[in-house]
Design a protein around this ligand. Structure first.
Ligand code: PPE
Length: 304
């Protein structure tokens, strides 16, 4: 997906022109994946642009950094304020937000501890992640032959740049034969997540999603959808699921900041079907909330 350029990018405390937001080729993170990042969305509401669950994303960024002994040289408040200022500076109403903290230039070799930590924030308009048609009618996915990274290889609960090389392998393996996306199993063989999404299934009116120990990134959209489902009277079980559970499900969908809530209509040539009633109802609620049209959830929105 090509990037829609805007005017400014925030780099280590300063706003710089988009074209000048550059780093050295010997940046540690480029060679060794030693960065941590976040993805957030800002939605246009009737009261103005609002960031969805800003605090939760900022907290996850600092937790990811902690696992890698990275000291982010800004406070959480400074990063939150910088995000809002940047959206204002770029005069955006709706956008994707990508803060990243990474080991910078100055040291090579695998000891990262002496590398300085740089922080950048970019924002740009990012439409539907898996296509407008996918959001409406569902996508076709393939269970990957690549296993999801596991807690004792690379902690999946930290959103580090290096994690995504595993996601990329799975994604490309699904795209080459014409699928839209992959699903990965964990090192035990249970359902884990998509390359950039958490997964849910519906069976006999109940909602299920893999638990935190299934090598998932604890998604903020996942947590939101669990809350919305509970509030709407659907029981959600966080439990180990098999690929057979997916094949037999009545409804399956992905969640994520980029993917939002994307229905899955086919897995490994097995038809799940058009987006079902629970998927559609949760998706509708989710979009109402992000657009500020359900004031019960206003506390999830941070006005820019
Ligand atoms: N699992 C993974 C591996 C993941 O990358 C994401 C987000 C999620 C689950 C969902 O988490 P959350 O956004 O908190 O609900 N993936 C981000 C990056 C996507 C990309 O292609 O880049 C995102 O959605 O922003």
């Amino acid at each position: 997906m090509s990037i829609k350029e805007v005017e400014k990018i925030w780099m280590d405390g300063n706003l710089v022109d988009w074209k000048d937001a550059k780093i050295h080729v010997l940046t540690h993170a480029l060679h060794y994946g030693s960065g941590v990042f976040e993805g957030l969305r800002c939605y246009n509401t009737s009261k103005g642009p609002a960031i969805f669950r800003l605090n939760e994303h900022i907290n996850r960024l600092y937790n990811s950094a902690k696992i890698y002994f990275m000291e982010i040289p800004f406070s959480k408040k400074e990063i939150s304020d910088a995000i809002k200022n940047l959206i204002r500076a770029n005069k955006l109403k709706e956008c994707y937000i990508r803060p990243i903290a990474f080991r910078g230039y100055g040291e090579m070799g695998l000891n990262p501890l002496n590398s300085k930590v740089n922080v950048s924030i970019a924002v740009w308009p990012w439409g539907t992640y898996l296509g407008e048609d996918g959001l409406k009618n569902g996508i076709r996915v393939k269970i990957s032959s690549y296993q999801r990274i596991s807690p004792n290889s690379i902690p999946p609960s930290a959103k580090s740049t290096g994690n995504y090389i595993n996601s990329i392998l799975a994604k490309v393996e699904s795209l080459k034969p014409g699928y839209d996306e992959a699903i990965m199993l964990d090192n035990r063989g249970f359902v884990s997540e998509g390359p950039g999404e958490n997964i849910f299934l519906v069976k006999n009116g109940k909602v299920y999603t893999p638990p935190k120990h299934a090598s998932i990134l604890p998604g903020i959209t996942r947590a939101s959808v669990i809350k919305i489902a509970n509030d709407s009277g659907y029981n959600v079980a966080e439990t180990d699921l098999t690929r057979g559970d997916l094949y037999k499900a009545d409804e399956v969908f992905f969640t994520g900041t980029a993917a939002e809530l994307t229905p899955i209509r086919e897995i490994d040539e097995i038809e799940i079907g058009k987006p079902g009633p629970i998927t559609k109802s949760l998706q509708k609620s989710f979009f109402k909330i992000t657009k500020g049209e359900d004031n019960r959830y206003d506390f999830w929105l941070d006005m820019v």
